[in-house]
Design a protein around this ligand. Structure first.
Ligand code: ADP
Length: 528
């Protein structure tokens, strides 16, 4: 170790009591101390906070931490204060402070006492605050939950879009972006929006080998299925996510009458009840919390043993984030999702009232969830591919931890079909999304195909010996293998890659498994 390394290890021990860095923390911290823009992508629980807290504590000046959630900021400030004898070491600056409190915050910053200043993005737009922050030394600006900057993320917040302009007004300060979920598209958006394409990027693996992924058909007997599942996990902690408040209430009630200790949690409950139910779950007074997505941000319960999705989520990012709350201690974590196409249609209908661009993004994200649910390939491979990570489904860590791998479907040779599919993508010249490509293969006409006169081409219908479902399944598997790629910017236009062109020239065996069939569905309405 050189003297700098010894130094930061000493500081780690001094402030946090840890003797070792976790994952990429040390590299990230070195990058921040080097005053370079830094981009950190680490799954929840990866130890992101320490990446900026430690450099903030040991550098001159105040670090500004932008975070979207007041409750989270408060928790962090309390945690930092507990490391020091000085309360002023960390502050939150927001609109709920009194004049006297604001004066105290400013005094502590000016005197150099405050090392971490947490602000919500909207507070940072206040001219008065910006003017003050211009007058004091700032060590860096950390932007937590940086995916909020992208419309392609699962939690877009328009106020994040102004951050770059405001930071520029503070002079030349390094920016640290941090997020726990980012597909390649979202990563690109973050770097572009923060104008930091030069950033040192650190990406930890998103693989959670201890999580078991499973999808079940959503049938009318879903409630008894869930009860059976919970009884098999007797005494263990779990979360059940539902899309609507109404469903949350009714499921919690059904569980209670069946002798399961469960509480509901959603934004429609008053703050006191919400806090009470959350505490009951954390303190293990109840086993199960039935919740909308309002529950979970910042919940650090290490031994959540299962996360059930009663309804499918709106995106795979949300799914990853929500299931990520299971098994944080490295122990068992069963992630079970119920799926029916009717739910997808309901979500689509729900989105149809939104502005067109938002709708297109929403549909494209939802299609990925559908593909995840319907696929019979390794779910882990599918998920990780979505986050831009290659996973070896034979030898990778946690490779056998999903229903598809444990109960594989029969695989069939599809070499010739892959060639056919690739040729059609090549010959239609990258204008189509999956639907039109599959229609072209099976010879079905729609308005888009007619407009491009694809129905007059010799290859139109060349794959009619297989049905739509077969081709859709094959297309998804070929996408994950990398012979095709999906252009997210154009909401899902499919393109052929160099590997795909090579495959056409020299095809090799391609074993595919057909997608799952899902039929029966529950009937309910979504009220979020
Ligand atoms: P994230 O923000 O990425 O979800 P956190 O910053 O909340 O993760 O950290 C997750 C947990 O890991 C916390 O309980 C934290 O105290 C712990 N942790 C962070 N860094 C270390 C370390 N170097 N050694 C041991 N535990 C750590």
């Amino acid at each position: 170790m050189n003297s700098n390394e010894i130094e930061i290890h000493k500081e780690l021990k001094k402030y946090f009591g840890f003797s070792q860095f976790k994952g990429l923390q040390e590299q990230v911290i070195t990058s921040i101390l080097g005053k370079t823009n830094t981009f950190v992508i680490m799954p929840t629980g990866g130890g992101k906070s320490l990446c900026y807290q430690l450099p903030a504590l040991i550098q001159d000046g105040t670090a500004i931490v932008v975070s979207p959630l007041i409750a989270l900021m408060k928790n962090q400030v309390d945690a930092i204060r507990s490391l020091s004898s000085e309360n002023g070491i960390a502050h939150v600056l927001n609109s709920s402070l009194t004049k006297t409190e604001i004066a105290q915050v400013k005094k502590d910053i000016s005197s150099g006492l405050t090392k971490l200043l947490y602000v919500a993005p909207e507070s940072l737009t206040k001219e008065e605050y910006v003017a003050f922050l211009q007058s004091v030394p700032i060590s860096f600006v950390a932007i937590d939950e940086a995916h909020c900057i992208s419309e392609w993320g699962h939690d877009f917040r328009p106020e994040y879009r102004n951050l770059r302009t405001i930071i520029k007004q503070l002079g030349k300060v390094p920016i640290i972006g941090l997020t726990a979920t980012a597909t390649p598209k979202v990563q690109e958006d973050i770097l572009k929006n923060l104008d930091m394409s030069d950033a040192n990027t650190f990406k930890a693996s998103f693989n959670r080998p201890n999580l078991y992924y499973e999808v079940r058909t959503k049938t009318k007997s879903i409630e008894s299925d869930i009860i059976r599942f919970i009884k098999q996990h007797k005494g263990k902690s779990g979360i059940i996510y539902c899309l609507s408040r109404k469903k949350v209430e009714s499921i919690a009630e059904v569980l209670q009458v069946n002798g399961i200790s469960a509480v509901p949690y959603h934004a429609g409950l008053d703050a006191k009840t919400r806090a009470k139910h959350q505490d009951m779950f954390l303190m293990e007074d109840v086993d199960v919390v039935v919740a909308t997505i309002a529950f979970g941000m910042g919940i650090d319960k290490p031994d959540v043993r299962f996360v059930i999705h009663h309804d499918i989520p709106k995106s795979l990012e949300s799914y990853y984030q929500e299931t990520g709350r299971a098994g944080r201690d490295g122990g068992e974590g069963h992630c079970l999702a119920y799926y029916s196409y009717k739910d997808v249609e309901k979500l689509e209908k729900f989105m149809s009232g939104k502005p067109v661009a938002e709708q297109e993004i929403g549909f494209a994200l939802l299609q990925e969830v559908v593909a995840y649910a319907e696929t019979s390939m390794s779910r882990r491979k599918f998920l990780l591919h979505y986050f831009g990570e290659e996973f070896d489904s034979e030898t990778g860590e946690g490779a056998d931890m999903d229903d598809n791998v444990r109960n594989p479907k029969n695989k069939i040779e599809a070499k010739e079909q892959v060639v056919k599919l690739l040729e059609i993508v090549r010959d239609t010249k990258h204008i189509y999304k999956s639907k039109e490509i599959v229609f072209t293969l099976i010879g079905r006409i729609n308005a888009v195909i007619k407009a491009h006169k694809t129905d007059t081409q010799s290859y139109f219908g060349s794959g009619s010996d297989h049905d739509e479902k077969y081709w859709m399944a094959l297309l998804r598997q070929v996408l994950v293998t990398g012979y095709l790629s999906k252009d997210i910017e154009t909401y899902g236009v499919i393109k052929i890659t160099q590997e795909g062109l090579d495959f056409i020239k020299k095809p090799v065996s391609f074993m595919m498994s057909e997608d799952h069939e899902y039929t029966e569905a529950d009937d309910e309405t979504i009220v979020t």
